[in-house]
Design a protein around this ligand. Structure first.
Ligand code: ZN
Length: 429
């Protein structure tokens, strides 16, 4: 699809990392990828994941948010080493690429975020990464409980070292975990620093009813209004979830143009609820999509999220809601806008960076493919249909073979690292 959402048949030419022509045929190139019978799409952009949690897949099922955090996720994050984080990030990025995602916004844990940046740099993936910030909270393991100043210093050091590196593929964001894990001092400092340094703030908000009630008891304000009162709002802020909002919070999001990262599968699996993104979209609030972590999904693919998102809105509001084309836009340019990268990625347009996903539409479950392949992409396709992925002009996966990550060794190492991590965490899974 081109900038007018038109479907174009022909070649897509990439030079020096940029898309240089669309639709013309027969131009010479060093590398030629045959995409006959395939849809060539802008890569998916996920705006809420936790690469550090990929290793926890299946180790934190069937719990609600606060128990899930306190009984499983925080103890496991606290038990991470540099080696286990590295494997977790490799596993996550490998899965994201194999499902056609070329860019992600990821909140990491308190420690070892450096390892994630190294994996992003070496894999060729595009990511905005933030070290998790936590200077407050009940039942937080000692290894995750930070002093306010230390949290800020470590975040700034990572920002200095990694932001805008890898030819701009790698970006930093401030990632305070959520209102219950952060002092108001930390949140206001982050708000100020993000504006000064021109980087994104990414946090969780209003995911779970109990979380909202606790924030209201502590602060006297609804979650989104509280964050806004400290300066955590605006076009550089991406709030994950926003499931439980009152009318004033919808108004605040719309007025400040704060971005929402919708995570339908995670919200369903943690029993958190269903975000009213139809109402958000009607109010002009920008919505993008993310899988959240493997500890609460347990998949990291955009096909599952696009389909779940649109089906949920149809169930709530009627079958006409959120048609396939709108879902595909949310999964691509919607994510790019949330990251402030809409001039670089998110659509296939000449002059943009070449982040491209090739989806095979010849599989049984996509056949017969309608004249408009968007239906097949949103409602029928699966991650295993992604054949080839290009990020920043580099072929990262070709004919389902990852070219920058050794898939077999990642799968092998992940099992070993998880076993060791569970022992260190001292939890029963
Ligand atoms: Zn999350």
């Amino acid at each position: 699809m081109d900038e007018q959402d038109a479907i174009v048949q022909g070649d897509l030419l990439i030079r020096d990392g940029l898309i240089t022509s669309i639709g013309e045929t027969g131009q010479a190139s060093d590398i030629v990828i045959d995409a006959e019978g395939c849809a060539v799409l802008p890569g998916f952009v996920q705006t809420h994941v936790h690469l550090c949690q990929t290793l926890f897949r299946g180790a934190a099922d069937d719990l609600s948010l606060l128990d899930w955090l306190k009984k499983r996720v925080w103890p496991m994050e606290a038990a991470h080493t540099a080696a286990s984080i590295k494997v977790s990030a490799l596993l996550g990025i490998a899965e994201l690429i194999k499902g056609g995602t070329t860019c992600a916004l990821t909140m990491e844990t308190v420690n070892h975020t450096e390892e994630v940046f190294k994996v992003v740099a070496e894999s060729g993936f595009r990511a905005t990464v933030g070290k998790c910030m936590m200077d407050k909270g009940d039942d937080v393991p000692a290894a995750l409980h930070e002093q306010t100043e230390t949290s800020i210093e470590e975040s700034l050091a990572l920002l200095e070292k990694w932001h805008a590196k890898g030819d701009g593929r790698i970006r930093y964001c401030f990632a305070p975990r959520f209102a219950l894990s952060c002092t108001s001092e930390l949140l206001s400092r982050v708000a100020q620093l993000a504006r000064e340094r021109n980087v994104i703030v990414h946090t969780h908000a209003s995911e779970n009813k109990n979380e909202c009630a606790l924030v209201e008891t502590e602060t006297g304000l609804r979650n989104v209004v509280y964050l806004d009162s400290l300066g955590i709002s605006g076009r550089h802020v991406v709030l994950a979830h926003c499931v439980h909002l009152d009318a004033a919070e919808f108004e605040t999001l719309a007025h400040k143009q704060t971005f929402v990262a919708h995570c339908p599968s995670s919200n369903l699996k943690l029993g958190s609820g269903i975000a009213d993104i139809t109402r958000m979209l009607e109010r002009g609030i920008s919505v993008s999509l993310g899988a959240d972590g493997a500890a609460c999904n347990n998949r990291l693919d955009m096909f599952t999220e696009m389909r779940s998102m649109t089906l949920l809105q149809k169930a709530m509001r009627g079958p006409e809601m959120l048609p396939a084309k709108q879902a595909l836009r949310i999964a691509t340019i919607g994510g790019a806008q949330a990251l402030g990268l809409e001039n670089q990625i998110g659509t296939l347009e000449t002059g943009k960076r070449a982040d491209v996903t090739v989806v095979d539409l010849n599989s049984l479950h996509s056949t017969p493919c309608p004249a408009n392949p968007v239906s097949a992409i949103v409602y029928s396709a699966q991650p295993s249909d992604v054949r080839t992925v290009v990020i920043d002009g580099q072929v990262i996966m070709r004919d389902r073979e990852l070219l920058t990550i050794d898939e077999r060794s990642v799968v092998h190492d992940a099992a070993q690292e998880l076993a060791d991590l569970i022992t260190r965490a001292g939890i029963e899974v």
